[in-house]
Design a protein around this ligand. Structure first.
Ligand SMILES: [Zn+2]
Length: 341
C-alpha cells in the first residue's frame, strides 16, 4: 500500500478507485480539520498521477515520486495565501491574506503550458476559502475548461467559506476528524507518548494528526499545569500574580497566545464535561484539583461569564496583538472576580 497516510485509508481508497477506472476529475476540493492531512493527500495524488509504477497510487520509489517527496518536481506547483507552509501553521492569529487575482492569472498562464517532465501538471491551491471574488471568478474559467494534462487540487479547513461557485465545480473529498483513540494509538506508536500528556495532546488535536505529531508535549503539559495552578490558587491575588508571570514569558508571541487560547477553551470544555458526565466523560488527562473545584461551581452564570471573557480575550488578541497583557489581565479579573466572595 503505497499511499502511506495514517488514518486516511478511506479517502485514499476512493482516490485509488477513481484512478483505476480513469474517472478522476480535473478539480478536487479536499476539506477537513487543519493539520488533518489534506495537503499530504493532495501531494500523494499528484505523485500517483505522475508515478512510473504499475499500480494506481504513488509507488514512492520511482524518480517522479521521489522528486515530489522532496518538493523538486517541476510539474507540482503549490499556491498558498501564506507561502509554502501557510496552511500547516496552526496559528489562529495569522494574517488573513487573500489569494489575489494576479496569482490566479499566473496560475492560469503556467497551467496552459505542457508538463515539463511528468504526465500531468498538478496545482495545489491551499486555503481555497481565502480566494477573493475576483480571483475566484478568474479561477472558474479554469475549472470549467481545464487545460489538457493538468489537475487542480484545492484544500480548505473551512468548507462552508469556499465560494459555492467553486465548490460546485469540484469533487469534494472530506477528511473527517480522526477518533481520539486513533490519535492516542499513533502518539504511542510513532512517538512513544502515553499518559496524561498524550491525552492532553489528543484532546487538543481536534481530530488532526499533523499538529500533534510536531508538538512539544512537555511544553504543552507545563502550560496545562500552570493553567491549573492559576485556577486552583486559594486567593485571587495569587492567581493573578501567576497569570501575570505567565504572560511575561509569552510576550508578544502570537503563536504562543493562540496556543494558550486553545488550552483555555479545552480546559473549560473539559471542566464542563467533568461537571456533566464525571471523570469518565473527559477526553483529556485525568481531572486536576482545579477542575474538580470549578466543576462544582459551574452554574449557568459562571459558564456564561467565563465564555464571554474568553471571547473578549480572543477578540482583543486578534485586534491589538501587541497589547496581550491588557486583555489577559481583564480575562482573569473577570473569571476570578476578586473582591467578590
Ligand atoms: Zn512512483
Amino acid at each position: 500500500m503505497p499511499w502511506g497516510l495514517m488514518g486516511l485509508e478511506k479517502p485514499t481508497a476512493i482516490l485509488s478507485a477513481l484512478l483505476k477506472s480513469g474517472r478522476l476529475p480535473h478539480a478536487l476540493l479536499f476539506t477537513g480539520p487543519a493539520g488533518g492531512g489534506k495537503n499530504s493527500l493532495a501531494r500523494a495524488l499528484a505523485a500517483a498521477l505522475n508515478c512510473a509504477g504499475p499500480d494506481p497510487g504513488p509507488c514512492g520509489a520511482c524518480l517522479s515520486c521521489r522528486k515530489i517527496a522532496k518538493d523538486l518536481h517541476p510539474d507540482l506547483i503549490t499556491l498558498s495565501p501564506d507561502g509554502e507552509d501557510g496552511g500547516a501553521k496552526k496559528d489562529a492569529s495569522r494574517s488573513k491574506r487573500q489569494i489575489s487575482i494576479a496569482e490566479i492569472r499566473e496560475l492560469r498562464r503556467v497551467m496552459a503550458l505542457r508538463p515539463f517532465e511528468g504526465r500531468v501538471k498538478v496545482f495545489i491551491l491551499r486555503e481555497a476559502d481565502r480566494l477573493g471574488r475576483e480571483a475566484a471568478s478568474a479561477l472558474l474559467k479554469t475549472l470549467e475548461e481545464p487545460p489538457p494534462d493538468s489537475a487542480l487540487f484545492l484544500t480548505s479547513a473551512a468548507e462552508d467559506q469556499v465560494l459555492p461557485t467553486i465548490r460546485s465545480r469540484c469533487l469534494t473529498l472530506r477528511l473527517n476528524p480522526l477518533p481520539l483513540e486513533t490519535i492516542l494509538q499513533t502518539l504511542a506508536g510513532q512517538r512513544g507518548l502515553t499518559g496524561p500528556a498524550a491525552r492532553l495532546l489528543a484532546a487538543l488535536s481536534g481530530g488532526a494528526l499533523g499538529p500533534v505529531l510536531g508538538a512539544d508535549p512537555e511544553a504543552i503539559w507545563d502550560r496545562w499545569q500552570t493553567l491549573n495552578r492559576i485556577l486552583e490558587a486559594g486567593r485571587p491575588e495569587e492567581s493573578l500574580a501567576l497569570a501575570w508571570r505567565w504572560a511575561l514569558t509569552v510576550g508578544e508571541d502570537r503563536t504562543g497566545w493562540s496556543e494558550i487560547l486553545e488550552l483555555l477553551r479545552l480546559w473549560w470544555r473539559e471542566t464542563l464535561r467533568l461537571a456533566a458526565l464525571g471523570p469518565e466523560g473527559l477526553e483529556g488527562p485525568p481531572p486536576s484539583p482545579a477542575q474538580s473545584l470549578w466543576a462544582g461551581r459551574l452554574s449557568p452564570e459562571v459558564q456564561e461569564r467565563a465564555g464571554r471573557a474568553l471571547d473578549r480575550l480572543a477578540e482583543g488578541l486578534e485586534r491589538i496583538p501587541h497589547k496581550p497583557e491588557l486583555f489577559w489581565a481583564n480575562y482573569w479579573l473577570s473569571v476570578l472576580q476578586p473582591g467578590r466572595a
